[in-house]
Each structure stands twice: as C-alpha cells, then as structure tokens.
Write a protein of this length. Structure first.
Length: 230
C-alpha cells in the first residue's frame, strides 16, 4: 500500500535521512522504532508532504505522492495523527472532529469515532484544550479517522500518556486494524508497539538499520539491549 524508495531528506544543507526504503502492505500494523533524533518525525513529514524530499519516491496505492501538498495526500486516503496532536484548543471536541472531515465534505464517520472512543461523545461540547492528555490523543486519532483513510500514520501516540491511556490508545489501534485499516505506528514505547505489530523497521541516525517480523525483533539481542533495557 505504501512504498518508500531511496528517500533522502535535508534541512537546508544538513542531510537528515539517507536512502530510506520500506513498504507497508494493506492491513498491516508496522512499527517504526528509533530513539529521539533518529529522524522518525522527519520521515513521517516527508511522506505526508510537509517536507520536500531531496531524492527518492513515495507511492501510495500505486500512485506517486512525493511532492504533493499535505491536503492532496489526505485526498489519497492517507492521514496523520501528529506527534503533538495539533488540535484546535478553543474549538469543541465535535468541531475538531468535523474539521477532520472537511476535506471530504463528509462527517458520516462521526458516530463510528464516538463508538471507538465513547468519552468523546460525552465531551463533544467541551473545548479540546480542556481535555486530559489521553482524551486529546483520542480526539487526534478520531479527527484523522473522519477523513475515512485507508491508512493512518500515528506519530508517537503514547507520548506523555499515563499507562492507562497508553493501553486504551494501543487497544484502539488493534481495533482499527481488525476493521481493515492499515497503520504505521511511530513509537518509542518499543515493547508494547512490537507486541501489537506485524513487522517493524528500526531507524538510527537517519538510516534504516534493521527490519523484520515484530515477534522476532522482540527476541533480538541487539534490540533488547538498545530499546528494551535487557
């Protein structure tokens, strides 16, 4: 579904990503693992059209999307849940969700989002900026789903959340996967991310250094030492 080939990205004269290649098949949960500064968010930004690529290609459902502005990428049914959520804090929960469906002119997914996260229905008239961190993450995911994507990218969805909300968010990821949604999960919570994923890639210093089945990487001595503290 998503194929990235030989992607190179720079900030001015500073190159950040080198020859990145990976693919995600329809229906998979794939995790991208890496420490702070490894280039994960830069990679996501380049795929979604927020950053121009110096070289390489990005294809989604067989169509080339590199170089497209982000709103055109969304029209191809690929959406992002950004690392910092980027909600509209002075708009209500429901208004934020409606904004997620703006590009389609369609809010038919609203009830489905409320079924996935019932607390959002209860708080639909509350300002987004007054929600807890976990509730804001649910809202960010829900807003992304309003565009009825075929694939979503979640950038650090568990960042700053309590263990309770990490569990709720990752359970929602599994539910969405069981409904047929393809998911790229960018995470520092390595163990829990690998436990729910099919495959994973490891990004270090702007390069993919390892890939494999999630279960195999959980048992990999180098992964254990570097990311699991074992």
């Amino acid at each position: 579904m998503l194929r990235v080939e030989d992607l190179n990205v720079s900030y001015g004269y500073l190159q950040v990503l080198w020859d990145i290649s990976f693919e995600i098949r329809r229906g998979e949960i794939v995790t991208l693992i890496g420490s702070n500064g490894a280039g994960k968010t830069t990679l996501v930004s380049a795929v979604l059209g927020f950053l121009p690529a110096k070289a390489g290609t990005v294809s989604f459902n067989g169509a080339r999307i590199e170089g497209l502005p982000a709103y055109e990428v969304v029209r191809h049914h690929l959406t992002l849940v950004p690392e910092k959520r980027e909600l509209f804090p002075k708009m209500t929960v429901q208004e934020n969700l409606i904004m997620g469906g703006y590009i389609r002119g369609d809010i038919s997914a609203l009830d489905e989002v409320y079924q996935l996260f019932p607390i959002l229905r209860e708080r639909q008239h509350q300002l987004a900026g007054t929600l807890s961190g976990g509730q804001q993450q649910m809202l960010a995911i829900g807003r992304s789903l309003m565009a009825r994507p075929e694939m979503i990218i979640l950038d650090e969805p568990s960042l700053g959340l309590s263990p309770k909300f990490v569990h709720i968010v990752l359970d929602a990821v599994q539910t969405l996967s069981s409904q047929g949604l393809t998911i790229l999960l960018v995470e520092q919570n390595v163990r829990q991310a690998l436990e729910i994923s099919h495959r994973a890639y490891i990004l270090e210093n702007g390069r993919i250094t390892r890939e494999g089945q999630a279960g195999e990487l959980l048992l990999d001595p180098l992964v254990k030492e570097a990311y699991l503290g074992m």
